[in-house]
Design a binder for this molecule. Structure first.
Ligand code: DCP
Ligand code: MG
Length: 383
């Protein structure tokens, strides 16, 4: 598995051959999706979260609102006090999941070595691409451009030789940031920054270090090894490596692709076969292209449907032979859906998936998210 081979290369790493990692994180994610879907919100302070009268909290705020001191996890009441002109929007998690899936697909188009951290951020191991001649800066710019073009969202990216430095770098120039830390420059890059930027140094530890006169990562990094052992015990080596910008934590792509799927929610519910067929065909095309891209072929075709009343179900069929062919996927999916068509029945969502991949196909990749919360198409991804 990819995961193991990455572990292995990390283990044999001598420090001479640097790895190249991107950390990619969407800007003001929930708020950016709301501004994308509702042009009236663009350029305005947007507060995504629960209502102040319900003791709601801010999930995130647009950058326009952050100027007023609003931030995630703040009570909405306080946010409204600081930013009275802020527009409060209730979160739409299904929509964020959908956009996230698309963004993660774009990440996967660059490399299979993707480790998602949340809906809007991931590490990408681009070492092989860099060795093939693409500089990290170009790969990062391409990624930002693709995400912008295909989703309308801005992405901040950090590039470095480790996960920990890449993550700090991506955060430094938000929004729409891009910071590349060159190999060898890690310690110098980190030195002036506050210790709290290190993953694993929380507010309490930062406070304790400050009491000792240590505020910057540079001050931390210059402590002797024994000092780290005394302060951090088992975590000593890891904290010290991070302070020096030398951690070798691999990008964990632990899950294997078990299914490839695509789905769409219609602006208006559809019942007419003449309208449903092209939609289904479009989804089959997307799935086929993705299978081809990943070098996968599967035997099971699944259709997911959600009716106007939100009843959701899946139907699946197993083919005599594995396929990645658009026509076979489309025709099988249509056969399955035809059985569900009834006069007066309308659909708000359709999905098409392929699973039961044949052995000996391409290397396993991190799965595209399975139909969410539905009957599994094949197994769920193994961890
Ligand atoms: N989120 C949340 N509650 C929090 C933090 C985050 O619900 N306490 C949600 C809303 C965010 C999303 O997770 O949009 C992503 O979290 P980030 O920390 O990446 O924050 P943003 O993407 O909103 O902003 P940034 O531009 O700082 O990345
Ligand atoms: Mg973000």
């Amino acid at each position: 598995m990819i995961h193991e081979s990455v572990m292995e290369s990390a283990a044999v790493g001598t420090g001479l051959a640097p790895r190249h990692i991107l950390h990619a994180d969407l800007d003001a994610f929930y708020a950016a999706v709301e501004q994308l879907d509702n042009p009236e919100l663009r350029g305005k302070p947007v507060l995504v979260g629960g209502r102040p009268e319900d003791r709601g909290v801010v999930a995130t705020a647009s950058y326009e609102a952050r100027r007023f001191g609003v931030h995630s996890a703040m009570p909405m009441r306080s946010a409204v006090r600081r930013c009275p002109q802020g527009v409060i929007v209730r979160p739409r998690f299904d929509r964020y999941r959908e956009v996230s899936d698309r963004v993660m697909e774009i990440f996967h188009d660059l490399t299979g070595l993707v480790e998602p951290l949340s809906l809007d951020e991931a590490y990408l191991d681009i070492t092989d691409l860099v060795l093939e001649g693409s500089p990290p800066l170009r790969l990062a710019l391409d990624l930002k451009r693709r995400v912008k073009e295909e989703t309308g969202l801005t992405l901040s990216v950090g590039a470095a030789t480790s996960k920990s430095v890449a993550k700090i770098a991506s955060d430094l120039n938000k929004p729409d940031g891009l910071v590349v830390v060159l190999p060898g420059e890690e310690a110098a890059f980190l030195a002036p920054l506050l210790v709290a930027r290190i993953w694993g140094i929380g507010p309490k530890t930062a406070e304790r270090l400050r009491a000792e006169g240590i505020e910057s990562i540079g001050q931390l990094a210059s402590q002797p090894v024994e000092w780290f052992t005394q302060r951090f015990g088992q975590r000593a080596a890891s904290v010290r490596d991070k302070a020096l910008g030398q951690d070798r934590e691999p990008v964990h792509t632990e899950r294997v692709t078990k299914s490839v799927s695509a789905e769409t929610t219609f602006a208006n519910d559809l019942g007419d076969p003449a309208k449903l067929h092209p939609e289904l065909a479009g989804l089959a095309g997307r799935v086929a292209r993705h299978l081809e891209h990943k070098g996968l072929r599967g035997r099971t075709v699944t259709v997911k449907a959600r009716l106007a009343d939100f009843t959701t179900f899946t139907r699946q069929a197993t083919l005599p032979a594995a396929t990645a062919a658009e026509s076979a996927i489309r025709d099988t999916a249509w056969r399955l859906l035809s059985l569900e068509l009834q006069p007066g029945r309308t659909f708000r969502l359709l999905g098409v998936g392929v699973s039961s991949f044949v052995e000996g196909g391409a290397a396993p990749q991190l799965q595209l998210p399975l139909f969410e919360g539905e009957t599994a198409v094949g197994d769920s991804a193994g961890n």
